[in-house]
Design a protein around this ligand. Structure first.
Ligand SMILES: [Ca+2]
Ligand SMILES: [Ca+2]
Length: 288
């Protein structure tokens, strides 16, 4: 966690007040990710590139599509070395408890990034203390076909056929909990105080940088870094363990808000992830 800069609050409010500026791409993609010149991963997405970047819509309920009662948005940029993702999270009472990497960050209020690679996908969760939970998931049918040959990370594994009542039609996946994204950079900035309910907060922001070289297992034939016009499916979401009245929700059924609804309370549905088109155009030259 980074200490809050005095101007983070102003920036957070400005961002959260803005609607998703600009039209959606004409290509049918949900979002066009533009190029950045210089991003400093300090948790504060205040660079000119982030100001120019189009924001996602306000995250909405995974199942119903109803907007979350708190504002949450994301934006995506890139350069030849990194994929950059930023989150803006409105939160009047910032709380987090998990401090150990790969512990159950999803039991805290968190933001989550998923990146699909066809036969596998990547899951990253971050709480307001900056604790990370990462898992690399491979569909069992792909393992059966010999896809991702040579991938044998070892360590702790998990099995998953869905979340809650939802069973994914593709069936079982194997999750590698001790796999770490090579070169991942992540930082959080809190505009307020963590775990001090008496001191009201405005929220928190997250900046992530993932080297394209770390995404080799998810490239699925695509070039790294992307070619102009390349398409990836990536999701940004948020889970909220406390209701609008501040009461703790069922830890197995917290509020789940995503860039686009999934139609089920299941964040592990790559076919529902927003379609992100990568453009070589600098974000500074794009209309906001
Ligand atoms: Ca920054
Ligand atoms: Ca607080």
């Amino acid at each position: 966690m980074k200490a809050a800069h005095p101007w983070v609050g102003i920036w957070l409010v400005l961002c959260l007040a803005a609607s998703a500026a600009g039209p959606a791409p004409a290509s049918g993609a949900d979002y066009r990710a533009r190029r950045a010149e210089r991003i400093t991963v300090d948790g504060v997405p205040d660079e000119p590139e982030w100001r120019h970047a189009r924001k996602s819509p306000r995250f909405s309920d995974l199942v119903t599509g109803r907007p979350g009662w708190l504002d949450s948005r994301a934006a995506i940029l890139w350069d030849d070395r990194f994929l950059y993702v930023a989150f803006w999270v409105e939160e009047p009472d910032v709380r987090a408890g998990v401090v150990e990497r790969d512990d159950k960050v999803y039991r805290d209020n968190d933001v989550e990034l998923f990146i699909d690679g066809g036969d596998a996908y990547y899951e990253l969760e971050v709480n307001a203390l900056g604790t990370l939970y990462e898992a690399f998931w491979v569909w069992d049918d792909a393992i059966g076909r010999g896809a991702l040959a040579g991938f044998a990370p070892g360590g702790r594994t998990m099995k998953l056929d869905g979340i809650g009542d939802h069973k994914h039609p593709r069936g079982m996946r194997t999750g590698y909990l001790d796999w770490d994204m090579p070169g991942l950079r992540a930082a959080v900035a809190v505009d307020g105080t963590v775990n001090e309910p008496g001191a009201p907060d405005r929220g928190w922001t997250v900046e992530l940088a993932i080297p394209w070289t770390g995404l080799a297992l998810l490239a699925n034939g695509r070039s790294l870094p992307p070619a102009d016009g390349d398409i990836w499916r990536m999701d940004c979401s948020r889970f909220q363990q406390y209701g609008p009245d501040g009461r703790k929700l069922d830890p197995y059924r917290p509020a789940g808000w995503a860039w686009k609804p999934h139609g089920a309370f299941d964040s592990h549905m790559p076919e529902t992830f927003p379609v992100i088109e990568f453009s070589r155009k600098p974000v500074s030259e794009a209309r906001p």
